[in-house]
Design a protein around this ligand. Structure first.
Ligand code: GLA
Length: 429
């Protein structure tokens, strides 16, 4: 097809203007000024997909796109919300009525509020939340793009609720330990109030990342550290391709993958699948753990559960390999090797875990043909986004090539953004 397809780029926007806008929205809606504005980012995950809920380590980082929340506490137990992304979605609800499964009972136009209301609910349980509040929301994180717009929203609300709670003088948002607690509250809110079975990766990325670095977050020990890859200095960048497609209700598919992992862990006699591998994972350990599985389960290598397990174990090994690449002495071909690992991760998610889709495969293939060192889908899958590791000068032409490949395949028009490791959740005003 034609070579005149232009790539559509998303821009993170002017942050000062966005903060002004959300303050104005709050004031117009509620008739008084907010006590402050907080924001939290979306994320991409460099490596470690579908292993957070198996106790593995993941390597996400915050992207420049964020969700902003202007908020003020209310003494009367009411929660009220308005969002610039939801034209008819004004909501008002007593905190006392927030119960597990709330989202399913809200009218369609108000379901977004489950991500908001669940957070003070989860924090109230440990005495750490607000008793009521008004919230106005604005966001630049694309919704449904697999870039964690929901975690960006709940994490921004968590920081606001934490700062506005009057029972404590110490803020959870001010310490690394406290941010782990806030992230846990956000996960609980999504699991119980929204009934979305998220595993913790998104919330950790949004609250615990560090600007300019990749977070290595271990979901078994809860520990984390950061790695500065030196991506920009080496002349590389990460392109995000939002396929603008979602194929199935992620939930059912996601939950079934999670269930398969839990059942396999039980059959292996371990609490989480990460326990079936040693501390430092090598390819030989993956083979050994798979051998053990075949012996115990009697299943063949091509059974569905065996393939799911192979993805999980091999992805855990790939995380270790990427940590080694950037922790050790710099090695001239480290970028090439990172690209190869990203490619292997995509193949594993596509063939073993079966969470890719034609749009994601096309994005990844077209990125590689346009000079990417490697590319893979990110997040839960079945649509959403892919990332590609590219030499900086190839970034713009690669986006055009990918847009052309989508047009040729008759897919929805993709959108692009540059994934620069950005700031975690913070107070903006
Ligand atoms: C979604 C979930 C995360 C994680 C990823 C897959 O984003 O919310 O917890 O499991 O999928 O890595």
């Amino acid at each position: 097809m034609s070579g005149d397809t232009a790539a559509q780029w998303m821009e993170p926007g002017d942050e000062t203007q966005i903060v002004d806008r959300v303050v104005q929205e709050f004031t117009a809606q509620f008739g008084y000024a907010p006590a402050g504005v907080w924001s939290a980012p979306g994320r991409v995950n460099l490596i470690g997909e579908h292993i957070d809920y198996n106790g593995g380590a993941c390597m996400p980082f915050a992207i420049p796109e964020r969700t902003w929340v202007a908020a003020a506490a209310r003494p009367d137990g009411m929660l009220r919300g308005v969002s610039l992304q939801e034209s008819h979605g004004d909501v008002e609800l007593p905190l006392a009525q927030v119960q597990p499964g709330l989202t399913a009972r809200l009218p369609e136009s108000q379901t977004w509020f489950g991500y908001v209301a669940g957070v003070p609910w989860a924090l109230a349980d440990t005495g750490e939340g607000i008793t009521g509040a008004d919230f106005a929301i604005d966001s630049t994180v694309p919704i449904g793009a697999g870039l964690s717009s929901s975690a960006a929203l709940s994490c921004a609300v968590a920081l606001a609720s934490d700062a506005l709670a009057d029972a404590r003088w110490e803020r959870l948002g001010d310490t690394a330990e406290g941010r782990i607690r806030l992230a846990e509250a956000c996960v609980r809110s999504e699991n119980e109030i929204v009934r979305a079975s998220t595993g913790g990766l998104d919330q950790a990325a949004s609250l615990r990342s560090q600007e300019g670095a990749v977070l290595v977050c271990d979901f078994r020990s809860g520990e984390s550290f950061t790695v500065d890859m030196g991506l920009e200095a080496a002349g590389y960048g990460i392109l995000v391709i939002d396929t603008q497609t979602t194929h199935q209700l992620l939930d059912g598919q996601y939950a079934s993958r999670r269930q398969a992992c839990e059942t396999a862990a039980e059959r292996l006699g371990v609490q989480v699948l990460r326990d079936a591998l040693p501390e430092r994972v090598t390819p030989a350990d993956v083979d050994e753990a798979m051998g053990d599985w075949y012996r115990r389960s009697g299943e063949s290598a091509d059974s569905e559960t065996s393939r799911r397990l192979h993805h999980v174990f091999s992805e855990m090994e790939r995380v270790q390999a990427v940590i080694d690449l950037f922790e050790g002495t710099p090695d001239a071909d480290r970028w090439q090797r990172l690209g190869t690992i990203l490619d292997a991760s995509h193949a594993s998610l596509r063939d073993d875990y079966e969470v890719s889709c034609p749009e994601l495969d096309t994005a990844v293939d077209a990125a590689r043909s346009a000079g990417a060192l490697g590319a893979r889908m990110v997040g839960g899958g079945f649509g959403g986004s892919a990332i590609a590791l590219l030499p900086e000068p190839l970034m713009a032409t690669a986006a055009t090539r990918i847009a052309e490949a989508f047009a040729e395949a008759g897919f929805a028009e993709p959108r692009f953004l540059r994934a620069v490791p950005s700031q975690p959740g913070r107070r903006d005003r």
